[in-house]
Design a protein. Structure first.
Length: 133
């Protein structure tokens, strides 16, 4: 089953989202966080992202979602540390962090492949948060 890595500048933010995702998707979807710095400050860490990917990758693919655009820099560095075969099983999503993670997790519970899970996350761009008049 496709796994998720939540990459955030804030550990608390990522852990809160992880809790939401786990409640919605259940224990079948592997979800982990790579967030904050080792000393508890705000930031992202390429080695932490690489470790998180390796921890949840079961061969079916890993989608990771980022909270802010600058996290993409750490994500790109993290991908460089992976073997080519593993790198092929990883996608970075620019989807909205919360909505994208929830939609991706639900799609993953269906046993969908990595492309379908990434597409589900991307559909979060079109979800209205308020009723449309």
């Amino acid at each position: 089953m496709v796994s998720l890595v939540l990459v955030s500048h804030s550990r608390k933010l990522a852990e809160g989202l992880q809790e939401m995702v786990e409640q919605v998707a259940g224990p079948e979807v592997r979800v982990t966080v790579a967030a904050g710095t080792q000393d508890g400050r705000l930031g992202t860490s390429a080695p932490a992202i690489t470790d998180a990917i390796r921890m949840v990758d079961d061969g079916h693919g890993v989608l990771f979602l980022i909270d802010l655009g600058s996290a993409a820099l750490s994500a790109d560095l993290a991908l460089e540390d992976l073997e080519p075969a593993q790198r092929e099983r990883v996608r970075i999503s620019a989807a909205p962090f919360v909505e994208g993670a929830i939609l991706a997790a639900v799609e993953a519970t269906l046993g969908s492949d990595l492309d379908a899970v990434a597409a589900a996350a991307a559909r979060a761009f079109d979800l209205p948060k308020l009723p449309q008049d």
